[in-house]
Write a protein that binds this ligand. Structure first.
Ligand code: ZN
Length: 199
């Protein structure tokens, strides 16, 4: 069998490092990118470069943003008395799409997962506590995923926030335990927001 050229072998190697992509898929993607028009392949390369150079975390809520503060934090029409805590930017997007929530968010960028070596100090919990201490929130809504780790994270944070005069609620359990927010349809998420309960 002929040797792969160095650059093709390198691309297969790079693609194969992506989550869920094995060697076979990496090869298939690489040959696809060689076959499509050059402009199409380069558009993908450009979009990866653009995202990595322009997108960062919002300095206030840790949502993805192309400016220091994200569009939600800078929107003057949001309800600044409510703060909804989620694990990942994609959870924030799911809740936004439910159309039921007009408050602010805080993205933890993960969840406490002792088995994976992820402790509270690797999340954005310190800035969260500062926000609650300095802000004018009356309600903090825990919207971590209904998994063992999501629940543990929520409990840890609600204990930290006990000393502040905010009501702590969590999403109603219309969401099946163990399911993941980003895959929950927006009607169920809207119900979960409407039926939120005191924690
Ligand atoms: Zn923000």
């Amino acid at each position: 069998m002929a040797e792969l050229t160095h650059s093709v072998a390198d691309m297969i190697d790079q693609l194969g490092r992506l989550p869920g992509i094995g060697r076979k898929s990496a090869e298939r993607l690489a040959y696809h990118l060689l076959r499509v028009p050059k402009t199409e392949a380069l558009a993908l390369a450009d979009s990866i470069r653009s995202v990595r150079e322009n997108v960062r975390y919002c300095e206030q809520c840790f949502n993805l943003s192309e400016a220091a503060r994200c569009p939600i934090c800078t929107d003057p029409n949001r309800d600044t008395t409510r703060l909804c805590i989620v694990e990942q930017p994609r959870d924030l997007i799911s809740l936004e799409q439910s159309g039921m929530y007009r408050g602010l968010f805080h993205v933890l960028l993960g969840r406490i997962a002792p088995l994976d070596g992820i402790g509270p100090d690797q999340l954005t919990i310190d800035p969260l506590v500062d926000r609650v201490r300095l802000g004018k929130f009356t309600e903090v809504i825990m919207a971590t995923n209904p998994t063992v780790e999501g629940d543990g994270t929520s409990l840890y944070i609600s204990n930290l926030l006990q000393e502040y005069p905010v009501e702590i609620t969590r999403l109603a359990r219309g969401i099946t335990a163990g399911s993941v927010l980003e895959f929950t349809n927006k009607e169920i998420l809207a119900d979960a927001l409407n039926g939120r309960q005191k924690l």
